[in-house]
Design a protein around this ligand. Sequence first.
Ligand code: KIV
Ligand code: ZN
Length: 517
Amino acid sequence: MKPTKNRVYIFDTTLRDGEQSPGFSMNLQEKIRFARQLEKLGVDVIEAGFPVASEGDFISVQQIAKEIRKPQIAALARADLKDIDRAWDAIKEAAHPRIHTFISSSDIHLKYQLKKTREQVLAEAVRAVGHAKDLTDNVEFSPMDATRTDKDYLCEMVESVIEAGATTVNIPDTVGYAMPDEMGDLIAYIFAHVKNIHNAIVSVHCHNDLGVAVANTIAALKQGARQIECAVNGIGERAGNASLEEVVMALETRKDILGFSTNIKTRNIYRTSRLLSDITGIPVQPNKAIVGANAFSHESGIHQDGLIKEKITYEIMTPASVGVNDTNIVLGKHSGRHAVKERLKKLGFNLSGEEVDKVFIRFKEVADLKKEVFDEDLEEIISDIIFREPDKYKLLYLNVISGNAAIPTAAVRMEVSGKVIQDAEFGVGPVDATFAAIKKITKTKHSLIKYAVNAITGGTDAQGVVTVQIGYNGYTVSGRGSDPDVLVATAKAYINALNRLETMKNLERRRPEDVSQ
Ligand code: KIV
Ligand code: ZN
C-alpha cells in the first residue's frame, strides 16, 4: 500500500553527484557557500560529499556538517566498513547526520565489476547497513543500478536492509535507462512485495541519459516514493541528475493533479541556480526549464498579445515564484558604501566591515566603467574577491596589442608564489597571445578544454564573464574571471583555473577511477 502522506523530501546531491562530474568541482569555500544557499532554499537533506574519496572531500563534508544546522547532512560511503567509518567521522558533529551507503545490485555490475555472487553482495549490504546503524539511527541504502536489477532480488535486498536498520531505501536509475512507466511500476512492485517497506522512506535517484529523469522521478512519487534525489541545474554524472528546480516546480504548478508538497522556498530557486553557475563557471542553457534566460521571455507576437491581455494565457507560473526579477534594483557610481552594504545584506551576504570595504573599492571601479551595477554584477564581484582561496598565481599587469595591422602580442606581469615575473608572447589573436604569455610565465602543462565568453547584464558596457576549462592528468577544472575588459577577464579566468588546478593537486584528490561508485 502506498503512503497516504504527501510531503516529499528533497535530497540534494549537487555537492556529491553533481560536484564529481567534470568541470563542476568546487573548492572548500565554494562548497560551504553553496551549502548555505541550499539551506536557505529549504532542502531536507544535503549530500555533502564522499568522504573516503579524498582528504579534500572529507574536510568539506566535515565543515558543512559543522556549519549547516537545519537540513540533514548525508555522507556517501561504499558498503565497506572503513568507508562507513570515514563517512561517520566526517558528519558526526552534524545536527542531523545521515550515512548513505550503497552497493551494486544488478547482475551486470555483479558479474563484470564486483565479480561477486548475489549472496555475497546481499550479505555485504546487510553488514554495511548494520554497521552504519550502530553509528547513527539515520541510514540510507542504495542498491546501485537498481533499475537493471532482477526485481525479486532487488526486493529481497530492500527487505533485508530495512530489517538491518535502513530508514531510507533509495532506488537509483544509475545509468538513466528506465522509462517513466517502468520506473513507476518498479516502485509499485517494491511496495507490493517488500513486507516491511513501511518501516522506511522510499527514495529515487534518476539520471538523465535519456532526458526523462524528471518524468521518472514524478512517476515514482505517484507510486509511493517520498524522497527524491536531485541536483540544482540538473548537474551530475554524465547527462546529470533530475533537476531540483524542474521537479519542485512541476509538483508546485501541477499540485492540482499530483497533490504533493515540499519544503522548498521556490523564490530562492533562481538565486541558487545562479550561484551554482557563478561558482562553477558553467552557465545553464538559455532554454533550460525554470532557470534558463528564456524560461520566462515571450518572443512570438501572438504570445505577447495574450500576455498583455492576461498573463495566464501563456504563463503557467510567475517569474517571481522562482525569484526571477525579484532583485533588479540598480546601483550606480553615485551610490555610497551604505547603499552597497544594504544591498549586499538583501542579497544574503553578511560581510565583515573589511570585506565590505574590499567589495566597495571594486564596486566603484566597476561603476566608473558601467552606468548601472546590477545584483548580478555585485555577486560577481563577491565571488571574485571574497570567496577565492589564496592563490599561487596573481595577475599584476596585462597589455595586449592587436588589430588588423599588428601581430597580436600580450605582455604580462604576474606574481608566482610571491615572485614577480614578466614576459611577452605573440599569438594568432589577442586571446591566444594572452594565454601564451601566461603559459610561458607559469610553465604549466595542460590542455585547454573550453574557452567561453558571456556577458552579465546587457549592453556594450556589460562585464565580460569568461570561463576557461583546462585538463591535466585526469583532472578537469574550470576558472572564471570577470571584468569590463574581455581580455583582462580572460587572463583572470585562465589564472583562476590554474590556481584551482594547484588546489586540486595539493589535495591529492583521487581520480574517479580509484573510487568505484
Ligand atoms: O547513480 C547512482 O547510482 C548513485 C548512487 C551512489 C546513489 O549516485
Ligand atoms: Zn548518481
